[in-house]
Ligand binder design. Structure first.
Ligand SMILES: [Zn+2]
Length: 169
């Protein structure tokens, strides 16, 4: 999802920055997004740059070879993908400040041990140097984002439960 977002008026309500919202397709996971606005680009993209949320890109073997069937398949997938992204944009646009605060809060602690993260690499991975020491870097890059997302969703649920508990006391 790059290039001009001219056909996406809802994006207008979201300032540049980093955001965290629950995955519209899976509320047990948090997703992370970056809004970038420059003279040449205007987009909301998954964060970190290699992350992918929502309906996965179809495997080549899943795509029909016959032309009209392929066009229908691609159009249907694009629609599904766009519907997902619309939900993400709506969730962020509903409260950009809260989503930005959520990003900052969740990315400041190790998802494994909960200690504060101090450097940029640790914040990108969501895990501190001690906890990732024994992990294969390739595995880290591939699996950390969904892992972090699930840990963060569980953390948010705990916080909400705690807050709800306070309200009834
Ligand atoms: Zn840790």
């Amino acid at each position: 999802m790059g290039g001009k977002a001219l056909d996406w008026p809802e994006l207008e309500g979201i300032p540049e920055g980093y955001y965290a919202v629950l995955d519209p397709a899976d509320p047990t996971t948090v997703t992370y997004w970056r809004r970038v606005i420059t003279a040449r680009t205007d987009y909301l993209r998954p964060w970190p740059a290699k992350a992918w949320y929502g309906p996965p890109v179809p495997r080549r073997s899943d795509v029909p070879t016959e032309r009209s069937a392929r066009e229908l398949f691609v159009a249907t997938w694009s629609k599904t993908r766009r519907a997902y992204l619309d939900q993400v944009v709506a969730a962020i646009a509903a409260g950009p400040e809260a989503a930005a605060r959520c990003f900052a809060d969740l990315r400041s602690c190790c998802w494994s041990c909960g200690r504060p993260l101090h450097d940029e690499t640790s914040r990108t991975l969501g895990i501190g140097p001690d906890c990732r020491r024994d992990m294969d870097p390739t595995l880290l890059a591939r699996y950390c984002t969904p892992e972090v997302g699930r840990a963060h969703a569980a953390h948010l649920a705990e916080l909400q439960a705690a807050t709800a508990g306070q309200d009834t006391d």
